[in-house]
Design a protein around this ligand. Structure first.
Ligand SMILES: [Zn+2]
Ligand SMILES: [Zn+2]
Length: 182
């Protein structure tokens, strides 16, 4: 089956749910500045941003780029206070790397730092996306097939990029076909 030749263009971004409105980039910067100053006495020089589809962990820090990512699904499930706690966990990673201390998640030094700052050692569990039957969609223009577990209002990414400057275009809205395997 020829599936997923291109990412589809969502009709609209996924709505924020339980966590309230998603704090914007300026709010994230303010969180990081506040936590870094209070806990480490220095501003955080990197970037904090949301990761819209990060589910297998609540956040991460990449030393080479200085970027902290926070999971949107985690925020939606647990709210702002938990997201800030994860940010503090990632700042603990930053602090060790900043001092030249390479480490991994289970390193005793890192665990001790987390404990000293009251940061969580582990994220709370994030339920997997609910399993439903797979729904099959096809692009009315190029015939590309897409599969989703939920009902979606997407347009074909390939055709939107080719014919609509990458914007959502009603002409390429995916049409539901039959349901497939459970
Ligand atoms: Zn970690
Ligand atoms: Zn198409």
């Amino acid at each position: 089956m020829a599936a997923h030749p291109a990412e589809p263009i969502p009709l609209q971004p996924p709505p924020p749910a339980g966590g309230g409105p998603l704090p914007d980039a300026a709010a994230l910067r303010a969180w990081a500045a506040d936590l870094a100053l209070r806990h480490f006495g220095e501003p955080f020089p990197g970037i904090v941003r949301w990761a819209p589809r990060l589910r297998y962990r609540a956040g991460d820090y990449t030393p080479s780029t200085g970027v902290i990512r926070l999971s949107v699904p985690y925020f939606v499930r647990y709210g702002a206070a938990e997201a800030r706690a994860i940010l503090l966990h990632e700042l603990c990673h930053w602090w060790l790397f900043r001092r030249g201390l390479r480490h991994h998640e289970d390193a005793a030094q890192f665990q001790a730092l987390l404990a000293a700052h009251g940061a969580p050692a582990r994220a709370r569990p994030l339920a997997r996306a609910p399993r439903g039957r797979l729904r099959l969609y096809a692009c009315p223009c190029c015939g590309a097939l897409y599969r989703y577990r939920r009902r979606v209002a997407y347009a074909c990414g390939h055709c939107c990029r080719r014919w609509a400057q990458g914007r959502f275009d009603e002409r390429f809205r995916l049409r539901p076909l039959a349901r497939t395997e459970p």
